[in-house]
Design a binder for this molecule. Structure first.
Ligand code: ADP
Ligand code: MG
Length: 238
């Protein structure tokens, strides 16, 4: 796995600056939640780490290497989005094998990796189905499967559970957490749900208006929020 370091990262859209020099260090194998109100820059930051969005200033460092100029497919990262974007005309197995096929992995290797991921996610019986024949939770699992087949060094999640109902959300939280405990892949998990962050993350990065307000363990943020914003966001009675 790999550490991720964000060094004074800035994002400007024309003259509008939306991320104002954010820094954070995520250790190898750590699960970090990135939280903050809608529009504070979480997705933008995540997309810059993935290489899907150009960095206006600063650096993203993965496993000790500055990757500002490295193409997304060469960053050894998998991203899971909230709208799972499965290919409707491909089966579950084909969806999961997609990245492996692009990487020209031999067919039998593809099959093996898809099989392993399917077992991990309880998708064994669904490999020949099409996305339209799956429930929301199953689709979300396929999206996870697509991300894990490549065994990336870093997982980036952008509100992956926000389209699911409350009960399923609780179940998927536990599944994602279990997967992390098993694979230990360095994970950055964007959510606007503080309960999700508090229950899943080793540490939490709290953002507001393109800045980092505080970084700490759930307990540190709860016991010692740096200001009223963090306190109210985390839900502690400061
Ligand atoms: P979050 O994920 O925390 O809800 P975003 O990272 O999506 O926030 O957006 C941060 C800010 O950047 C918002 O004010 C949003 O309107 C702005 N923004 C995002 N993408 C663009 C873009 N392509 N052009 C201009 N502004 C953008
Ligand atoms: Mg977002």
């Amino acid at each position: 796995m790999a550490s991720v370091e964000i060094r004074n990262v800035v994002k400007r859209y024309g003259s509008l600056e939306v991320v104002h020099g954010v820094s954070a260090e995520i250790a190898d194998g750590e699960f970090v939640a990135l939280v903050g109100p809608s529009g504070c820059g979480k997705s933008t930051l995540l997309r810059m780490i993935a290489g899907l969005e150009e960095i206006s200033d600063g650096a993203v460092v993965i496993g000790g290497d500055i990757v500002n100029e490295v193409a997304p497919k060469d960053r050894n990262i998998s991203m899971v989005f909230q709208n799972y974007a499965l290919y409707p005309h491909m089966t579950v197995a084909e969806n999961m094998a997609f990245a492996l096929r692009l990487a020209r992995l031999p067919k039998d290797e593809q099959k093996k990796k898809v099989g392993e991921a399917a077992t991990m996610l309880g998708l064994e019986g669904l490999l020949d189905r099409y996305p339209g024949q799956l429930s929301g939770g199953q689709r979300q699992r396929v999206a996870m499967g697509r991300a894990i087949v490549r065994r990336p060094e870093v997982f980036l999640f952008d509100e992956p559970l926000s389209n699911l109902d409350a009960k399923l959300r609780v179940q998927m939280r536990a599944e994602i957490k279990g997967l992390h405990q098993r694979l230990r892949t360095t994970s950055i998990y964007v959510t606007h749900d503080q309960i999700e962050a508090m229950t899943m993350a080793d540490r939490i990065v709290v953002m507001r208006d393109g800045n980092v307000e505080q970084i700490g363990t759930p307990l540190e943020l709860f016991d010692n929020p740096r200001n009223l914003f963090v306190a109210s966001f985390i839900g502690s009675p400061a």
